[in-house]
Design a protein. Structure first.
Length: 135
């Protein structure tokens, strides 16, 4: 194995450990779904996204998930990714109420339609995990 291949494998293994610590099946399903069409994209999500970025020590996993939820809400059209990261947010210890608060706060900056779409994604994840109703 060349030095480049060894580094590539090491980055992937590091990212996979972080991915495993944050995500349940939904996060892994995203990577698995790319195997037959865009395996390099799956590799980069794990190696770069999780191995190089999520693994950094400057933010705690909960903080990273708060940022991720806010950004995905602002982007719009990212409900599938929001579902994966809402699930991950619960896995790292955020409460459903904190997650909804992110979407309320996001409405101020990116509008009610995007916040409502994010809440819809949260409703789906919360229902799947037996966390509804919140009130």
């Amino acid at each position: 194995m060349s030095e480049n291949e060894a580094l590539r494998a090491e980055r992937f293994a590091s990212g996979k450990a972080v991915l495993d610590s944050i995500h349940d099946d939904p996060g892994h399903s995203v990577i698995d779904s790319l195997a037959d069409i865009a395996p390099e994209l799956g590799h980069q999500i794990v190696a770069w996204g999780y191995g190089d970025i999520y693994a950094r020590s400057e933010l705690e996993p909960q903080q990273r998930q708060l940022v991720t939820l806010g950004i995905l809400t602002a982007l719009g059209g990212s409900e599938a990714q929001l579902e994966v990261h809402i699930d991950a947010s619960l896995n790292v210890g955020l409460t459903p109420e904190q997650i909804i608060e992110v979407f309320l706060h996001s409405a101020v900056y990116c509008g009610f339609p995007r916040a409502l779409n994010a809440v819809g994604a949260a409703r789906k994840v919360f229902a799947e995990r037996g966390l509804m109703p919140l009130a």
